[in-house]
Design a protein around this ligand. Structure first.
Ligand code: ARG
Length: 457
């Protein structure tokens, strides 16, 4: 392509280090679509004849059909998807193919193709997140009143409902949706027509190509257009945060599936056995989601490091933008699908969860709250009295509500028999009906709102 300026062809090393076709062939659909939009505009503007534009467009259709049928050929000498397509086009339709690259550079071409690809990746993430949210609200609705221990420091803290716990992950997913949607709105501008870096002298119509490709309009600065990869970074940041949430959810399932917890039976379809220990059922899918989240954030860091020192405008370093985005997108799709399947098909062992909530003096705060409300004792003093009750129960190895009234009254005479009604785990969760609290009635409201937001009602 640059034969006129160079005396010798590229060395084997140059060819290898320069080639992006092994990975950027993934952009072929976007490359064809952007070229078709470009040549249609060139024809409409009279920059190439209508006849030539039609021949080029038809030729691009043939190249696309070949790619769809046989894959994209990988010839390092042709460097990338743009030159691979153009050279095949020339084989098919002859020298008129050379008119396609009028008023365009590979710099605005790759920026356009990659934006289109990332926009699709965002849409795929949004649809994966929607499936996860539907699974979460469905299971949360089933378990709005199922009691489990709530933890801080992974120590039993207060009883909560399983529905409430699952809806916490719904909230995280909802923020992920909003991050991806923001990224999509921000990136949806067309860089096509920025040409190499400075724009072009041809009378192009950037609004037309932007519209044809579904962009909201053209980008405003040609230098920025060819050297901006914020859209890919925005995507990777949203993907990293989403993967971080999936990793936390995966970790819950890993803990819950362990024998001492026994809160869940994971679906066989998302577990594996051990080649040596016949009793084992391992939460491999959840562990891999936890692992993959690290790789996705690694992809983000990789592209940030690629971009951080680049002056305007395009530098070849930017060719390295694609592998981390492709890798992260593939991993994220898998992670979303795995966690959606796990939420959908896990058996929650609610009797074990409830029994665990009975342990660990999870209703101690309810005793303290009762003392505040029924006996008008300041909370700090109530906290102290409750501590003494927990200590006594612990020394006897019994639950708080198994202590005889006389023993509780020996600690503080203001306690009476009504206290026992407040010490059950059911009473404890039902009491926490503040907005966003764990009470089944509140969880039911949040589930109803979420179902409405998801269009399920
Ligand atoms: N393969 C290149 C890339 O992915 C295309 C742009 C090449 N531009 C250039 N000026 N060499 O970045």
């Amino acid at each position: 392509m640059w034969g006129g300026r160079f005396a010798e062809g590229p060395s084997a090393i140059m060819r290898e280090i320069n080639a992006s076709i092994p990975f950027d062939k993934a952009l072929w659909r976007q490359d064809i679509a952007a070229s078709k939009a470009h040549v249609a505009m060139l024809g409409a503007q009279g920059i190439v004849s209508a006849e030539d534009a039609a021949a080029i467009s038809a030729g691009l259709g043939t190249v696309a059909a070949e790619y769809a049928a046989n894959g994209v050929p990988e010839d390092w000498a042709l460097e990338d998807i743009h030159m691979t397509t153009e050279s095949r086009l020339a084989e098919l339709i002859g020298p008129v193919a050379g008119r396609l690259h009028t008023a365009r550079s590979r710099n605005d071409q790759v920026a356009t193709d990659f934006r289109l690809w990332v926009r699709d990746a965002i849409d795929e993430a949004l649809s994966g997140l929607n499936a996860l949210q539907v699974a979460l609200v469905t299971r949360a609705g089933e378990h709005a009143a199922s009691i489990m221990p709530g933890f801080t420091h992974l120590q039993t803290a207060q009883p909560v409902t399983l529905g409430h716990h699952l809806m916490a992950y719904y909230e995280m997913a909802a923020r992920d949706v909003s991050r991806f949607a923001d990224a999509r709105a921000r990136m949806n501008r067309s860089p096509l027509g920025a040409a190499a870096l400075a724009g072009t002298g041809f009378p192009i119509d950037r609004n037309a190509t932007a519209k044809a490709l579904g962009f909201a309009g053209p980008t405003a600065n040609s230098l920025d257009s060819v050297s901006d990869r914020d859209f890919a970074l925005d995507y990777l940041m949203a993907a990293s945060q989403c993967a971080l949430h999936l990793s936390r959810l995966a970790e819950e399932f890993i803990i819950w599936a362990s024998q001492p917890f026994g809160f869940v039976r994971l679906p066989d379809s998302l577990s594996t056995g051990s080649s040596i220990m016949p009793q084992k059922k391992n939460p491999d899918a959840a562990e891999l989601v936890r692992g993959h989240s690290g790789r996705i954030t690694g992809c983000l860091v990789s592209l940030m490091m690629t971009m951080k020192g680049l002056p305007l405008a395009y530098s070849k370093d930017m060719q390295d933008d694609k592998p981390p985005v492709f890798e992260a997108a593939g991993l994220l799709t898998l992670c979303l699908a795995a966690m959606t399947g796990m939420v959908e098909a896990t058996t929650f062992r609610t009797e074990r969860m409830r029994a665990a909530a009975e342990l660990g003096y999870a209703t101690a705060t309810d005793l303290a709250d009762w003392l505040v409300r029924q006996a008008d004792i300041p909370f700090r003093e109530a906290h102290h009295i409750t501590g003494a009750a927990v200590k006594l129960a612990e020394s006897r190895g019994v639950a708080l509500d198994a202590l005889p009234l006389a023993d509780l009254q020996a600690i503080d005479a203001r306690i009476d028999e009504r206290v026992f009604a407040a010490l059950s785990v059911e009473a404890s969760v039902a009491a926490r009906a503040s907005h966003g609290g764990t009470a089944p009635i509140e969880v039911g409201k949040r589930v109803a709102e979420a179902r409405l937001a998801l269009g399920l009602e």
